[in-house]
Design a protein around this ligand. Structure first.
Ligand code: GLY
Length: 355
């Protein structure tokens, strides 16, 4: 089957790669000649347990998504160092004991599922993460991290090696049953279309007459020079930091609904830097060496939409805060669904997601 994947980020490419490996003839389209949207902006924190507050189908998908990452990197031929992979989990920082009690209480459901959750005293936290301000202690949860900027080009190369072709730099202007039209005037025959363009997917869905309500949520991030090396990430509310192999520290992230505005907010950079300095005193006073924003794709349902809209039309979008985490498993799900294999337990019906 000829399949057109619209979107050359981690989600689109992961789907394209699996579909090509299943023997389909896959073309990837992206409006940008050099796609660098959410996949490039993301920190790469793989934190299913830190990002969830109750047992849900999304949490189960995210937990399964984390399990897929080691195999995904192996298939890409990437060593842990190649991907800046670390699986030391992450700490949730508490600012007072009541905070720590509240956090722990809300994580009881995780213990009930058999997930490791450790409550660390200030001393234990200082021993586990010597650069962190021990404060009143922390919780530790399993998780991992990866540098998406390292994975993206390798995934793209893997796609090309498996026969995927690319059409980059021309937006899709029309999607009909058996063809796509691009702004450069070209038309491409296709048997099926997969919409995987992150925050731009609702607009593409509208071209097909499909309602997929959603709005981007901007995240601003900074890099501090460090150097500082952490085994895992540190998180507090929606803020987090993690070290890269060069010792620089990535600090994220804001949550701003401002449409497709990607402007940097200097005060947000200052606030992130100040928080990083509180969490890791060696970072106090450091000036960001880089600041950037990305647009998370959030659907009105708050859930991803992964599946069939109608004959010949599929979507993989709405991954919101979990795009990197869910990229490998989304590729598997989409390939299984299009290939008619059973994935009911983990699929997210786009019709429900869009309703
Ligand atoms: N998952 C982290 C973020 O979206 O900022």
């Amino acid at each position: 089957m000829h399949i057109s994947v619209i979107g050359a980020g981690l989600i689109g490419l992961s789907c394209a790669w699996r579909l090509a490996r299943d023997g389909h003839r896959v073309r990837v389209f992206d409006s940008s000649a050099e796609p660098r949207e959410a996949s490039w902006a993301a920190a790469g924190m793989l934190a299913p347990h830190h990002e969830a507050d109750h047992d849900s189908p999304l949490w189960r998908l995210c937990a399964a998504g984390l399990e897929r990452w080691p195999g995904f990197l192996q298939e890409l031929g990437m060593s842990p160092r190649d991907a800046d992979w670390r699986d030391g989990g992450g700490w949730i920082r508490a600012t007072d004991l009541a905070d720590l009690d509240r956090l722990e209480a809300s994580l009881r459901w995780l213990r009930a599922t058999g997930t490791d959750v450790l409550r660390l005293s200030a001393g234990a936290y200082a021993r586990a993460c010597s650069v962190a301000a021990p404060g009143v202690g922390a919780l530790w949860l399993p998780g991992a991290q990866v540098d998406p900027r390292l994975v993206l080009p390798r995934l793209r190369a893997a796609c090309l090696a498996d026969g995927v072709t690319e059409h980059l730099g021309a937006p899709v202007t029309a999607i009909a049953d058996a063809s796509l039209s691009l702004a450069d005037g070209s038309t491409h025959a296709t048997d099926a279309v997969l919409l995987a363009s992150g925050a731009w997917t609702p607009a593409l869905a509208a071209l097909t007459g499909t309602q997929l309500p959603g709005a981007p949520v901007k995240g601003q991030m900074i890099r501090l020079p460090g150097p500082c090396h952490l085994r895992g990430f540190i998180r507090q509310d929606h803020r987090y930091l993690m070290s890269r192999h060069d010792g620089s520290i990535v600090v994220g992230a804001t949550m701003v609904e401002a449409g497709f505005d990607r402007a940097l907010d200097p005060s947000a950079s200052r606030a992130l830097a100040a928080w990083a300095g509180e969490a890791v005193p060696a970072l106090a006073g450091q000036t960001p060496s880089e600041a950037w924003t990305g647009l998370r794709p959030r659907l009105a349902s708050g859930l991803p939409a992964i599946g069939r809209v109608r004959q010949g039309l599929w979507v993989a979008t709405g991954h919101f805060r979990n795009g990197v985490l869910l990229a490998p498993i989304t590729g598997e799900l989409v390939a299984d669904l299009i290939g008619g294999r059973q994935t009911a337990a983990l699929s997210f019906d786009p019709v429900i997601a869009g309703s």
